[in-house]
Design a protein around this ligand. Structure first.
Ligand code: ATP
Ligand code: MG
Length: 254
């Protein structure tokens, strides 16, 4: 576990090749700076969890990567390609980055299938979207069984599954996921993390998540950063942070 890590510390922590990388980023909204000299290093196929108090800037990290915040300084790279200035749809289409929002983004009056197809709205070719949709139905029986139901009748866990699945429609390399467990009862929380583990292990997805449930988030993730007031104050493997006394006291209710 490293306190107040430098960019080099974070790079050394992953001890492999950087896939997603953020260097000295100052970002925020309008003129307000929320993230200060923020750095991040993540290898392909690994997972990283951001934890920290409300308002620390966790969602802003995801917004910045996806292209939804103002960037004042610094750079974001994916596979050594500078993607700092790409728009969200360019990120999705060319950068292979997808984003599952903190708030529910399901269209309640559309069916499960229609919701999935919305995830592929920038596919040039309808056929490809159909194929991707079938692949998701093959993988998740729960969605297949409900494909013609309106999304509003789904349970909380099924909705989260639908949101995650919709983000898979463009077959992304990197998944940004904000608070996957929020508002879910324990059995659905376990289901969501099982799905994320499967996506990481079987499909090699690189996963960056924010999680209020620090225990679940750190148990799942290879690495964790603690963010306070727009700066990383601690970084380590998920396991190291879980065992850390200070993290336990502040975030694990221990
Ligand atoms: N679209 C926006 N416009 C202006 N300010 C924003 C916007 N989104 C977030 N902020 C501000 O940026 C700061 C960081 O917010 P952010 O959503 O990144 O925090 P967070 O760590 O994700 O918190 P939480 O745990 O509550 O989700 C907050 O002070 C918030 O009010
Ligand atoms: Mg947030």
């Amino acid at each position: 576990m490293i306190k107040n890590p430098t960019a080099k510390d974070l790079h050394d922590l992953i001890n492999g090749e950087e896939f997603l990388s953020i260097k000295d980023l100052n970002a925020g909204y309008g003129k307000m700076e929320i993230l200060h000299d923020f750095n991040l290093s993540l290898e392909k196929g690994r997972s990283l969890c951001l934890i920290g108090p409300n308002g620390a800037g966790k969602s802003t990290v995801l917004h910045s990567i996806y292209g939804l915040s103002s960037i004042f300084k610094g750079s974001i790279s994916l596979e050594e390609k500078n993607v700092t200035q790409l728009s969200p749809s360019e990120k999705l289409k060319h950068g292979g980055i997808t984003y599952v929002l903190q708030d529910s983004s399901i269209f309640p009056d559309l069916t499960v299938r229609e919701n999935l197809m919305m995830g592929a709205y920038i596919h040039e070719n309808q056929k490809e979207a159909e194929i991707e949709c079938e692949r998701i139905f093959d993988k998740y029986e729960r969605l297949f069984d409900r494909k013609d139901h309106k999304a509003k009748v789904l349970s909380g866990g099924e909705r989260r599954l639908l949101e995650i699945s919709r983000s898979l429609m463009m077959n992304p390399e990197v998944m940004l996921i904000d608070e996957p467990s929020i508002g879910l009862e324990p059995r659905f929380i376990d289901m969501v993390f099982d799905i994320l583990s499967d996506l990481q292990e079987k499909e090699g997805k690189t996963i960056l998540l924010v999680e209020q449930n620090a225990k679940k988030g750190l148990e799942f993730s290879d690495f964790g950063y603690v963010l306070v007031s727009g700066k990383i104050v601690m970084a380590g493997t998920g396991e190291e942070l879980l065992k850390n006394e200070e993290v336990g006291r502040l975030f694990l209710g221990g």
